[in-house]
Design a protein around this ligand. Structure first.
Ligand SMILES: Nc1ncnc2c1ncn2[C@@H]1O[C@H](COP(=O)(O)OP(=O)(O)O)[C@@H](O)[C@H]1O
Ligand SMILES: N[C@@H](CC(=O)OP(=O)(O)O)C(=O)O
Length: 445
């Protein structure tokens, strides 16, 4: 059995739903479709989820929300009309309208996936199984045992179904949302619950691309990834696959395929349980990054042997809820921090470190971009990092910091914000464009 998750871009309008139907019908193993709320598309510049959040905000502010609500209704109605569905959309919408002032944030926002799933189910003539009837989420944690039991009870005699992603139900019986982008996690959890042979994730790019397509025009697609590589790239912000969606499928060693709903023939990115079983292994799996990072280096004589100080430092950084990567050497620890909005934050953190750990020295470098290269090859190609630094410096991009994680899967280079784009282009050119030419020459000779 294949679980196919379709992201918002695949559910954006009637034309997209036609493509989804063709994909599902082209393989009889695709028995479960997990869907996100209608996303951005040619006719709709705003995601349905964001439209519903806007309505909730208007209600809370006591403002008129009738126009915003009308836009949502028209959008959904247009799909029903175009596909000639017999789903009672007006009844559903008027039920929601009647109680809209009493709905919680999660109840209102989850109606995006709920209604979108109903539209697809009606189009396919498959049953729709509401995630609120089986997916148990307590404070963000999935209860696999309870969810499996409930799902098995519902699906005993069902061959196909459509399931809305992004939400479930908590112990108190209330709708609970996953974090934004959580549709990927729903698809992964359902794959786990039904022991899927494959988890397909359908989106609007040709798979995982070697770099963000907003930085490099039409980057090459990555054909094969390991779970670790995918997890790292997702953690680094490769938006196409949610970081939290890796673990549920990894637990059961279910392969993942990330594919383009608009170009299914391209085959997408395949995430395999054992990358060693595959012949073609490029040096680098992907490149990702972010600007406006802060590097915080704390120096103290023989720091690495003072475990209490190291733990205290990590805890202090965590208390600030900043996303961080760190590397520890004999006398110092360096953190690359994301999400530092205010100068005040960093000063508070420095003050707390001084008060609690009293180190020899603290050094802060701001306006840094992190450029992260993900590759399983780092562990057996130790000179690869040096080659990358030489390449950047030969292109007049000074590398201010290098952090290599202890699992040898990722190297993060700190460069000036102004050099961000060029650093990514330069690494991409060397490890993907030139590598492609090299492999073509090898094949042809
Ligand atoms: N390395 C990358 N590979 C593929 N897509 C990426 C990458 N980095 C950023 N993206 C962006 O992620 C988007 C897809 O993610 P998302 O909007 O969540 O899709 P969906 O609506 O299908 O769930 C792409 O349109 C692309 O702009
Ligand atoms: N609709 C939700 C959940 C989701 O995963 O959407 P998408 O698959 O379009 O990223 C959101 O916008 O966050």
């Amino acid at each position: 059995m294949i679980v196919a998750k379709f992201g918002g871009s695949s559910m954006a309008d009637a034309d997209q739903l036609k493509k989804v139907k063709a994909i599902l019908n082209s393989d009889s193993n695709r028995q479960v479709a997990v869907v996100s709320a209608a996303g951005k598309g040619i006719h709709n510049p705003v995601k349905l989820t964001d439209q519903l959040i806007h309505i909730y905000d208007l209600i809370q502010a006591g403002k008129d929300f009738s126009n915003a609500l009308n836009e949502v209704w028209q959008r959904l109605d247009a799909v029903v009309e175009a596909l000639d569905l017999d789903f009672p959309i007006h009844e559903e919408l008027s039920n929601i309208s009647k109680q809209i002032n009493q709905l919680s944030y999660a109840e209102l926002v989850s109606r995006g996936e709920y209604l979108t799933a109903h539209l697809l189910a009606s189009y396919l003539k498959w049953p729709m199984i509401d995630a609120a009837d089986f997916l148990v989420i307590n404070s963000g944690q999935i209860d696999y045992q309870a969810s499996k039991q409930r799902l098995m009870n519902i699906t005993k005699h069902i061959e196909h179904c459509v399931i809305p992603g992004f939400y479930g139900v908590n112990a108190a019986g209330k709708i609970e949302l996953l974090p934004r982008g959580g549709g990927d996690t729903s698809g992964a959890v359902v794959s786990n619950l039904v022991n899927a042979a494959c988890y397909e994730n359908w989106t609007d790019t040709n798979g995982i691309l070697a770099v963000d397509p907003r930085i490099v025009d039409q980057p090459t697609k990555v054909n094969i990834l390991s779970y670790d590589e995918l997890q790292e790239l997702s953690y680094l912000g490769v938006k196409v696959f949610n970081e939290e969606a890796v673990q549920p499928v990894r637990m059961k060693q279910i392969p993942i395929r990330i594919m383009n709903t608009n170009r299914p023939e391209l085959g997408g990115t395949f995430v395999v349980t054992d990358k060693n079983s595959v012949d073609y292994k490029p040096e680098v799996a992907g490149i990702a990054g972010k600007q406006d990072q802060v590097i915080l280096t704390v120096k103290q004589y023989q720091l690495s042997s003072h475990v209490d100080s190291v733990i205290a430092l990590i805890r202090l950084v965590n208390n600030f809820h900043l996303k961080s990567t760190y590397s520890l050497s004999g006398d110092s620890i360096s953190f690359v921090l994301s999400g530092v909005d205010e100068q005040k934050d960093i000063q508070d953190l420095v003050n707390q470190i001084n008060a609690n750990v009293n180190p020899d020295n603290i050094h802060v470098t701001e306006r840094i971009a992190k450029v992260a290269v993900v590759s399983e090859a780092f562990c057996n190609r130790p000179r690869l990092v040096g080659k990358m630094i030489e390449l950047l410096e030969a292109n007049s991009i000074p590398v201010q910091q290098v952090i290599q994680t202890s699992d040898d899967i990722k190297v993060v280079f700190g460069v000036a914000n102004a050099d961000y784009q060029r650093a990514i282009e330069c690494l991409y050119h060397e490890f993907f464009r030139k590598a492609n030419v090299r492999s073509m020459v090898a094949v042809n000779s």
